[in-house]
Design a protein around this ligand. Structure first.
Ligand SMILES: *[C@@H]1O[C@H](CO)[C@@H](O)[C@H](O)[C@H]1NC(C)=O
Ligand SMILES: *[C@@H]1O[C@H](CO)[C@@H](O)[C@H](O)[C@H]1NC(C)=O
Ligand SMILES: *[C@@H]1O[C@H](CO)[C@@H](O)[C@H](O)[C@H]1NC(C)=O
Ligand SMILES: *[C@@H]1O[C@H](CO)[C@@H](O)[C@H](O)[C@H]1NC(C)=O
Ligand SMILES: *[C@@H]1O[C@H](CO)[C@@H](O)[C@H](O)[C@H]1NC(C)=O
Ligand SMILES: *[C@@H]1O[C@H](CO)[C@@H](O)[C@H](O)[C@H]1NC(C)=O
Ligand SMILES: *[C@@H]1O[C@H](CO)[C@@H](O)[C@H](O)[C@H]1NC(C)=O
Length: 342
């Protein structure tokens, strides 16, 4: 564009200039040529600056002076130094930040798991941000939302602002995650997001919890408020008084579907950096939480949650048509669901 304008000017000068003043004319052309040259050069320099700046940002981790504290080469793409728009990271701006997403299914203990993570002084896990449909309407709104979270600009009760060392959120498979799995896996790989899979082994228990939670959504057993998670034994007991009826005709099929959904999620995100956890293992072995902290590059702390388990003890106490269910699952690969404790 600049060149085009310059040529036009030269032409018009040549046409209008009287023949006698050839020296003056030549001088004028020369001056214009110089001005144009300088102008074009300045544009080039600006573009080069912009390019180095952007490439600098993407490989910032490689050159960053903050990297002296023993982080292995392998982990470079997963270490970040976000520069939030909404606040200054202050004294923590040289602390590396890891990006994560907890990928799970409803009623698999992810609320409890997230509350444990958030009890860490340096973790911000911002909840189920994609439960709102408008944020997962299309891949651009998903990416925009994730960018905001990973830039530490997402405000929630879990925000720890300047000294977060790991930031993320909880994402259910049916909240647009599988629908856009390809683009999301690409995003995870591009931006160095680590996936934490959290599944439940006992899918029958998961089903009971799901049905009871759906029931409470309108029954509102706790003084007229619906609660998905509780913080006292009394509340847990009250919620567990409701015994769902399980459709034994579709039961096997429903269990198979859940298993397939889990497998599909693992396959879709197996190119990303990830860890697979099972709710039952975390309940039985709290040391699993240390593994998660190491995975996220956090200083290991004891993590605590105030949440209380709702459906305790034998499953036969929590299912109305137990005999039916027992008959349906006996002799199948799912039989052990009838007996396991969690
Ligand atoms: C690129 O990053 C390095 C280290 O973070 C910094 O010293 C340098 O000034 C940056 N260069 C540009 C052009 O911003
Ligand atoms: C995605 O949704 C937003 C509204 O949230 C809309 O403005 C935008 O055009 C949509 N993009 C695509 C690619 O459909
Ligand atoms: C964790 O948070 C504390 C308190 O805000 C801060 O002093 C510390 O530097 C943080 N650690 C990391 C690894 O970011
Ligand atoms: C429900 O009401 C009872 C009696 O008023 C009270 O003791 C209890 O704490 C309330 N529970 C909740 C969850 O608000
Ligand atoms: C149980 O599942 C079967 C098969 O999917 C279905 O036809 C039936 O309507 C279901 N029963 C109830 C009570 O939902
Ligand atoms: C990812 O999953 C696909 C499909 O199940 C499989 O073919 C591939 O080997 C897996 N890749 C890794 C790295 O596990
Ligand atoms: C299931 O049914 C069988 C046969 O009636 C019985 O022996 C078994 O104890 C039942 N299992 C449970 C967990 O109730």
């Amino acid at each position: 564009m600049a060149e085009y304008i310059c040529l036009l000017n030269q032409d018009s000068i040549i046409i209008k200039a009287p023949k006698k003043n050839t020296l003056l004319l030549r001088m004028l052309v020369l001056v214009f040529a110089m001005v144009c040259g300088v102008y074009i050069c300045s544009i080039c320099v600006k573009q080069i600056n912009f390019q180095t700046l952007t490439s600098n940002q993407s490989i910032q981790v490689v050159e960053s002076p903050c990297l002296d504290n023993g982080i292995k080469l392998l982990e470079y793409p997963h270490v970040h130094y976000p520069n939030p728009k909404t606040f200054s990271r202050g004294e923590c701006e040289h602390n590396p930040v890891r990006f994560f997403a907890i990928l799970s299914m409803q009623r698999s203990g992810s609320g409890w798991f997230e509350s444990l993570l958030n009890s860490h002084i340096n973790v911000s896990s911002n909840g189920e941000i994609f439960s709102r449909w408008h944020r997962r309407r299309n891949i651009s709104s998903i990416v925009e939302t994730m960018d905001q979270v990973y830039n530490l600009d997402w405000q929630s009760s879990a925000s720890k602002n300047q000294c977060s060392a790991a930031v993320g959120f909880k994402w259910m498979l049916n909240q647009g995650l599988m629908e856009h799995h390809k683009e999301i896996a690409d995003y995870f790989n591009r931006r160095g997001v680590s996936a934490i899979f959290l599944f439940r082994k006992n899918l029958l228990r998961r089903m009971v919890s799901d049905l009871a939670n759906s029931y409470d959504r309108y029954a509102k057993l706790l003084n007229g408020t619906h609660k998905a998670h509780v913080h006292s034994a009394e509340e847990a007991e009250k919620l567990s008084t409701y015994k769902p009826v399980i459709n034994s005709t579709s039961l096997i099929n429903d269990l198979v579907k859940m298993e397939l959904a889990t497998k599909a999620a693992l396959a879709s995100f197996n190119t990303t950096r990830h860890i697979v956890l099972y709710y039952e293992d975390v309940v039985k072995n709290p040391a699993k939480l240390n593994k998660v902290q190491v995975f996220l590059g956090l200083p290991v702390m004891e993590l605590k949650s105030h949440q209380v388990k709702i459906h305790k003890g034998s499953l036969s106490d929590h299912i109305k048509n137990w005999d039916d269910v027992n008959r349906t699952l006996s002799g199948t690969t799912y039989e052990h669901f009838l007996y396991s404790d969690y």
